[in-house]
Write a protein that binds this ligand. Structure first.
Ligand code: NAP
Length: 311
């Protein structure tokens, strides 16, 4: 094992810190952009070429591989789809771990399994670097405005070192335990997200069947104790028939599946997983709330359209 850096002795990160960013998807673009706007020098890498200049401007500093990126930057943040992407970025021929990574900190903000985090953290430690899992709650809008919620797992010293960077992306940065704890917290949060999304879709369809205007129902929910930002955003999406993905439906299938593999299962989460799996083939690339279209399809098969309630 290579000599480990005494992270406690190192000063915390300032805007002078250079950051390597991997993953320019729906979240990676606004998050990396935000760090640049906040004064950090950010170098980016994305598997599919061309996205860098298209989304971040012609002057963006681009790296040719994960290995090249980590060689040039003290801190590397990864925001990609899933476990498979993480495995590849870390361990492929020109992956992060093929380079000299001693003293580096890799922050994985993707929503992935605690198992892959433990595996990558062990490999990082062997090479004298640190790994933090730090997934986020919030979506594109929160990424743009720096109001995400970060839940981190890993060594306290490494966490303290990078916390000032993460604070530029979020309104709350919390370390919830050792490696993988951030992932477990995120799976709990997204289980609720799946349940709430299916719940909203179901009650909208139920009310429609009973002749109640969707707008009226959403207005009632919004003004009740259950009103919240998420239901408002997704309610508006339903009303305007806008299923452009902020959070792609296929990602909740991945997350509910990961949650379902853990020891403590959620009965409602399992039900939501089944529904979203059924929806994925047709609506996987659309927003999570496109689940309403799947439920509607099932309803058409099973229910004769009810007449509006007349009093
Ligand atoms: P996305 O738009 O689908 O982007 C995925 C990114 O991962 C792209 O940059 C893609 O590169 C890269 N990627 C996928 N497979 C790869 C591989 N094998 N090797 C290298 N790169 C790979 O996803 P997103 O919405 O930004 O979400 C990213 C993560 O954040 C996911 O884990 C998601 O669950 C989580 N998350 C998303 C939201 C949201 O609202 N969208 C909110 C919270 C958390 P290419 O450009 O080459 O395809």
């Amino acid at each position: 094992m290579k000599n480990l850096v005494d992270f406690k002795k190192l000063i915390t990160m300032s805007t002078k810190t250079t950051i390597g960013w991997i993953g320019l998807g729906r979240m990676g673009i606004p998050m990396s952009k935000r760090l640049m706007n906040e004064g950090f020098r950010v170098m980016v890498y994305n598997r599919t070429k061309g996205k860098e200049a298209a989304f971040l401007g012609k002057t963006v500093s681009v790296s040719s591989s994960p290995a090249d990126l980590i060689t040039q930057n003290e801190v590397v943040i990864v925001m990609v789809s899933d476990d498979r992407a993480i495995q590849e970025i870390f361990t492929r021929k020109d992956g992060l771990l093929s380079a000299e990574v001693s003293g580096r900190i890799i922050i994985n903000m993707s929503t992935v399994s605690p198992d892959i985090s433990k595996k990558m953290a062990t490999l990082c430690l062997r090479q004298g670097s640190q790994y933090l899992d730090a997934p986020v709650a919030g979506s594109v809008k929160q990424a743009e405005t720096g109001t995400l919620v970060v839940m981190a797992g890993g060594e306290e010293a490494a966490f303290q070192r990078v916390k000032p960077i993460l604070e530029h992306l979020s309104k709350l940065v919390l370390r919830v335990g050792g490696t993988g704890a951030g992932n477990n917290a995120k799976l709990a949060v997204n289980t609720l997200l799946g349940i709430m999304s299916q719940g909203l879709a179901e009650v909208v369809l139920f009310a429609q069947q009973k002749g109640i205007e969707t707008e009226d129902l959403l207005n009632i929910i919004g003004n009740s104790a259950m009103g919240n930002v998420y239901l408002k955003i997704k309610g508006d999406a339903i009303l305007s028939d806008n299923f452009q993905p902020a959070f792609a439906l296929k990602h909740i299938v991945k997350d509910l599946h990961l949650a379902s593999q853990s020891v403590l299962k959620s009965p409602l989460g399992e039900t939501a997983l089944k529904t979203f799996q059924e929806a994925e083939g047709e609506f996987g690339e659309e927003d999570i709330i496109a689940v309403i279209k799947q439920l509607e399809k099932e309803q058409i098969h099973s229910v004769v359209t009810a007449q509006p309630v007349r009093v």
